[in-house]
Design a protein around this ligand. Structure first.
Ligand SMILES: [Zn+2]
Length: 308
């Protein structure tokens, strides 16, 4: 026979479980509702993924994705999404309507391993990509500052020949990631901003023979998007700048596309990336670290994938 206390506990537990189920139901209804609304309105948001390096070197580092894991990630995404270039994404945003599940892929910094390991897989799977390059590291063995901080000195940088070969393929576009991978929240004077944005653009245009109109701001957090950076970026000829936060890009509907688009870093924020990709489309207040990881397929988790 149950004691009074045990009865109260068990009834309280039932209420708690019932309450949790009710709120889960409500949340899932809200999510489902927002997906439906987005789709019905032909304004389905488009995420842009940001990776850094695909390599067999330094596989333990969070910025590295092993080639096997990279392939698995892309194949998993291809089941539900169509990969588009940033150029096509611009056209869709300007058109102001989208009902498809689309995603765009970008790489940052100057890692030559992406030519060796990522490019063959991208070609095989027919996936377009944009490479944002910090031009001061091309044809050199200089490590990037954040790699020095991690005591990583052995990663090869892109060569001019690799960049030229990639840019010759219609699926791959080069964008600027400044010259020195500068931190504009610390070095934001006009002369520095201008030379970082203009010189990197000119260098890439000289190497590739193609116009360079896209800019991924190094570090890419709100503090790096200063008024100077935005104004000078537009002045020297960029048509779009990309963040390192914010996730999805909502279709504006009125054709008024902002200068800055958002990206998700799958390696820094795997939870957030998966949330953006996997059904949290309606939750603009969603924050990293608040997700229930248990219901997410392993394929989207690079840390798990590296164990392959
Ligand atoms: Zn970077």
């Amino acid at each position: 026979m149950q004691s009074e206390r045990a009865k109260q506990f068990s009834s309280g537990l039932r209420e708690t479980v019932a309450g949790a189920m009710a709120s889960t139901y409500l949340i899932s209804r809200q999510i489902a509702g927002s997906i439906k609304t987005e789709k019905e309105q032909h304004r389905r948001a488009i995420p842009i993924l940001n990776l850094h390096r695909v390599s067999v070197l330094r596989p333990e580092h969070p910025m590295t994705l092993h080639p096997a894991a990279f392939r698995k990630l892309l194949e998993a995404l291809q089941k539900n999404y169509r990969f588009i270039s940033l150029r096509e994404l611009d056209e869709i945003l300007m058109r102001g309507s989208n009902s498809d599940d689309l995603v765009s892929l970008t790489f940052d910094d100057c890692y030559g391993c992406n030519y060796v390991y990522a490019l063959p897989i991208l070609k095989e799977l027919g996936i377009p990509a944009t490479f944002f390059v910090s031009t001061g590291f091309i044809d050199s063995s200089k490590p990037l500052t954040h790699d020095i901080n991690w005591k990583i000195y052995d990663l090869p940088n892109f060569t001019s020949k690799q960049l030229e070969a990639m840019a010759a393929h219609p699926d791959y576009e080069m964008g600027s990631h400044s010259v020195t991978h500068v931190d504009f929240s610390r070095s934001g004077d006009q002369a520095t901003v201008r030379s970082e944005l203009r010189d990197s653009k000119l260098t890439l245009e000289r190497i590739t023979g193609r116009p360079v109109v896209r800019l991924a701001i190094p570090f890419g957090h709100p503090a790096h998007f200063t008024r100077e950076v935005i104004d000078i970026a537009q002045e020297v000829g960029y048509v779009r700048a990309y963040s390192h936060f914010g996730g999805r890009n909502v279709i504006p509907g009125d054709g008024r596309v902002g200068f800055v688009l958002h990206r998700i870093c799958n390696q820094d924020e795997p939870d957030y990336a998966r949330a953006c990709l996997e059904g949290y489309r309606g939750r603009s207040s969603f924050l990293p670290g608040k997700t229930d990881k248990s219901d997410w397929p392993l394929e989207f988790h690079p840390i798990q994938l590296r164990r392959l």
